[in-house]
Design a protein around this ligand. Sequence first.
Ligand SMILES: *Cc1c(COP(=O)(O)O)cnc(C)c1O
Length: 425
Amino acid sequence: MIQQGIGTRCVQAGYTPSNGEPRQIPIIQSTTFKYDTSEDMGKLFDLEAPGYFYTRLQNPTNDHVAAKIAALEGGTAAMLTSSGQAANFFALFNICECGSHIVASASIYGGTFNLIAVTMAKMGIEVTFVSPTASDEELDAAFKDNTRAVFGETIANPALTVLDIEKFANAAHRHGVPLIVDNTFPTPVNCRPIEWGADIVTHSTTKYMDGHGAGVGGAIVDSGKFDWMAHADKFPGLTQPDESYHGIVYAEKFGIEGAFITKCTSQLMRDFGCIQSPQNAFILNLGLESLHVRMPRHVENGLAVAKFLQGHDKVVKVNYPGLESDPYYELSKKYMPNGGCGVVSFEIDGGRAAAESFMKKLKLAAIETHVADARTCCLNPATSTHRQMSDEQLKEAGIPAGLVRMSCGLEDKEDLIADIAQALC
Ligand SMILES: *Cc1c(COP(=O)(O)O)cnc(C)c1O
């Protein structure tokens, strides 16, 4: 079949009801599944037959929604997780173990930075952070014999830097490891990293995919392109027998298209259990059905707000990759010709106090620790997510005390701009 458009996939991919079945994906609110014989169930435990036996491992509602996300990203398999944090941890830990090393862009979400730099370090997994604008030489220098993955974000939260996906993918492949890209901010409507060489794509579905601030969730998509067997010594978990499943070899039994997600489900979901509830998966799917309609509006509002702020005398600096003056404009145009997302950050003249006073005066934009939903919201990192840092430390981290991160929602842009204008007075 000819590849359907992204909008058709948002609405219909992943679930095709048969005659007389529910039109909407049913919520299978059941922890377990019934079998006639123990033999039938035994086959599932041995991964000999597909099917369901316990929702911690797999649930039909989740599988339909994961299949839709795989179709959107152009991957071969996907799984849902309880959060974006779980998705990034699983994606990395599925191929890393004690003694492994990761090359990661330094410009990533704070939670992921902490996961890799602090928590995974305690598991004996090292990291080398590189600039998202690192040259080929700088990238090559970051690799070690024990490097097992490269990680970055298409548009970083909150720095709004744009990853040169092709460059990072080429570097990863030169060293025989996959590139994992967190594609939360642009979503597959605005960028599909697999088309640029990424091997694994992750999401915090909590953000635009859900889009209504209703459910925390995550997803992992496999491109089905990385040849684990060609680098068998690096990825023994995929290329050597798994004794907990009678010695199956994932890369042989499930092939290049299915090995990564099958292993991630049957080992990591089994052992860590970060499953998304079927109820949340249902809500996530409602968000996905309109993702292609919502994203252009988020981009339109983000760009309009960024342009307005850029011309304002109380604003020192605006970060938005869709602005021609932004250092990431060219990369943004290449990877996201229809725009990236609705998140804008800007520095208000007068530091912390000015940012606080501005945010207090806003009537439409609420102060929230969130981004990427239908309602515009904002946050001052200096007084919230980064409040433990002094003004000096903030400056060093490239987060001025007067920085405001604003996530433009789906309201009318004229109203958002009017609200910002009155609050800047
Ligand atoms: C929010 C976010 C995460 C973490 O996702 P949760 O769903 O909050 O666990 C990871 N990556 C990016 C880019 C995010 O914006």
